[in-house]
Design a binder for this molecule. Structure first.
Ligand code: UD1
Length: 369
């Protein structure tokens, strides 16, 4: 049996690495990898592939950026002939990016079964493009793997049959546990950036890329001003996503970051980001994955959104939802900076073996078809 696995954007890569490895270890399953090219910068791509030991993609679609419609359509158009060529028993997609929904839709219409890893997460906020991708991908999927138990209830509510849903844990945490010994220490990252000592006495990490935060000038300004206030209490390391770099320049906000206690970095490789999260006193982020990674690491996280599709990171983990209001963010920061951060525990099945469970279930499912 051939399985065609799809990656497109940075948060897909670390999820796919353990899945490819688990399929590789099973006789009778051949996993092929297609990269849609949604992310194309070296910083967003090759650093990840190399660090994670992901095999080079068998197929590159090179779609690049565009509006949602353009990007999704272009992935669909280019994925169809690739799917015909490979003629797999199933297509496996991960996460919630535009490449996920695009390839799931093409496969489903061709009668090729769809497997969705990280199914059932819901923010209940349809203003988020990823929420639309999540809901629709799950509707198209034959086999749905969840990272936390909230996923099953969400899927059942949307009419998805219980027998298709499998709670297996979190493949991103498989990757995290495997690579933790190789994480690049924050002190080294600061030194390499020409600021030795910057990270030695506690620091905050900031990441921002969600359109609702960075594409609105007033909100972005407010968030960067808040980062400035935090930097008066603790050094801030800010790896800047390409989307965010572009809007900071477009809105003329660069001066807000021009402070000795803010260290701007390009997008980090996986092992660098892992080291920053591990060594940080606190992480402020609007990423989905980072909420989970900080929970797995036990590092306090302040989420700069009004909701989360990953409620277990709040219920059991180290995550606090603060939104984009400066007073709420600063209050949450005061809560953790004095050492009073949420202790949290690591959720069930975030144990490094999620991909093995997925491969075993997929193999049995293929046998019975
Ligand atoms: C995408 C995902 C988001 C994920 C994020 C992680 C969707 C809808 N969004 O958002 O869920 O959290 O990736 O990074 O799929 N750009 C570059 N180089 C690149 C890629 C993008 O410069 O390699 C710039 C381009 O100007 C582009 C912008 O970033 O227009 C946005 O890229 P895009 O892939 O559309 O969405 P992300 O914001 O990265």
């Amino acid at each position: 049996h051939r399985i065609l696995c799809v990656v497109g954007a940075r948060p897909n890569f670390m999820k796919m690495a353990p899945i490819m490895a688990a399929f590789d270890a099973l006789p009778g399953i051949e996993a092929k990898l297609v990269h849609t090219g949604q992310h194309y910068d070296v910083a967003m791509n090759h650093q990840y592939f190399q660090a994670l030991g992901i095999p080079d993609p068998d197929i590159n679609l090179e779609v690049g950026s565009g509006s949602h419609a353009q990007q999704t359509a272009e992935v669909m158009r280019r994925f169809e002939p690739a799917l015909d060529d490979v003629a797999p028993s199933a297509v496996l997609v991960v996460g919630d990016v535009n490449s996920t929904i695009a390839c799931a839709l093409v496969a489903a219409k061709k009668g090729v079964p769809v497997i969705h890893v990280e199914a059932g997460l819901r923010s209940f906020d349809r203003a988020m493009p990823e929420e639309i991708n999540r809901v629709l991908t799950d509707q198209l999927s034959d086999l749905l793997f969840t990272t936390e138990e909230s996923g099953r209830a969400n899927l059942l509510n949307e009419g998805i049959a219980d027998g298709r849903i499998h709670f297996v844990g979190n493949v991103m945490i498989d990757t995290l546990r495997l690579n933790l010994p190789r994480a690049v220490p924050a002190a080294q990252i600061a030194a390499d950036a020409g600021r030795p000592g910057f990270a030695d006495k506690g620091f905050a990490v900031l990441t921002l890329h969600r359109p609702s935060n960075v594409d609105d000038a007033a909100i972005l300004k407010r968030l960067l001003e808040t980062a400035g206030k935090i930097s008066e209490r603790m050094p801030v390391i800010f790896p800047v996503h390409p989307r965010t770099r572009a809007t900071i320049e477009r809105f003329g906000l660069s001066h807000l970051l021009d402070r000795a206690s803010i260290l701007l970095l390009p997008p980090m490789g996986y092992l660098e980001m892992l080291g920053l999260m591990k060594d940080a006193t606190v992480v402020l982020t609007d990423s989905g994955g980072i909420q989970e990674e900080t929970t797995a690491l036990g590092t306090p996280c302040i989420t700069l959104r009004h909701n989360t599709e990953r409620p277990i990171t709040v219920d059991e983990g180290t995550n606090t939802i603060a939104g984009n209001d400066p007073a709420a963010i600063l209050a949450a920061f005061e809560g953790v900076s004095g050492g009073g951060g949420k202790a949290g525990r690591v959720p069930h099945f975030w144990d490094g073996r999620a991909a093995e469970r997925i491969a075993a279930i997929v193999a049995a499912w293929l046998q019975n078809r």
